[in-house]
Design a binder for this molecule. Structure first.
Ligand code: C5P
Length: 220
């Protein structure tokens, strides 16, 4: 691992859908004054373009064309956060050429002199294998489904717990089972199981890990 004293602080955060990694990434970016990229939005942007044009999600040439058009500065979370867009994103995310194009853009973001926080599924394993700190954030599928339902209800929507849970389990299978860059913890990732943690507790636990690595140059 590169010494954090000699290089910018790059924090790689991976984990399954609704694990809390996005909220954690935003809190850490704010605290360490680092730019943040939610890489899921880049896959969502490709899926959204295909859905908007009525193109099938398995249409690799159009997905590749859409991936080239993704502008990291123009990712609109409000539009892209729809549940259906997330489902579609996990389908186009299996296309290797789409991944290659998006990973190139994500690496440019990570290479900023300030350092950066990136969250996704393959940040510690593929996008930033030399990240200063790698966190793998997880929680049980039931806890993640409850959180997702609470999020939907907070936005005045309604949902059915069993359907959301089934979606989460299916998305896990797709993300962990794909041939190219499957979701898995990097060998040197620090595991953070947030099943029994609120966001503040998870934030403090992550900070303790990061501060230890920055202070000692190792995670132990
Ligand atoms: O994190 P989010 O739910 O927004 O991601 C949507 C989908 O995009 C994921 O289910 C996954 O299939 C894909 N993705 C990915 N690699 C990333 C980020 C997201 O394959 N680094």
């Amino acid at each position: 691992m590169a010494s954090p004293l000699a290089s910018a602080l790059v924090i790689a955060i991976d984990g399954p859908a609704a694990s809390g990694k996005g909220t954690l990434a935003r809190r850490l970016a704010d605290y360490y004054h680092l730019p943040h990229l939610d890489t899921g939005l880049t896959y969502r942007a490709v899926a959204h373009m295909l859905l908007a044009k009525g193109w099938p999600l398995g249409d690799a040439p159009h997905a590749v064309e859409a991936a080239h058009l993704v502008d990291l500065g123009g990712l609109d979370r409000t539009v892209l956060s729809a549940h259906a867009v997330g489902e579609a994103a996990s389908k186009i995310a299996v296309i290797p050429e789409v991944r290659r194009i998006l990973v190139d853009k994500q690496r440019v973001f990570a290479a900023q002199p300030s350092g950066a926080v990136l969250d996704g599924r393959d940040i510690g394993t593929v996008v930033c294998p030399d990240a200063t700190v790698k966190l793998y954030v997880t929680a049980s599928a039931e806890v993640r489904a409850r959180r997702r339902l609470a999020e939907i209800e907070a936005r005045d929507g309604s949902g059915d717990f069993a359907t959301i849970l089934a979606d989460i389990v299916r998305r896990d299978e797709r993300d962990m089972g794909r041939a190219d860059s499957p979701l898995r913890p990097a060998a040197d990732a620090h595991l953070l199981d947030t099943s029994e943690m609120d966001i503040e507790t998870a934030f403090l636990a992550a900070r303790a890990i990061i501060d230890d690595i920055v202070a000692t140059g190792s995670g132990s």
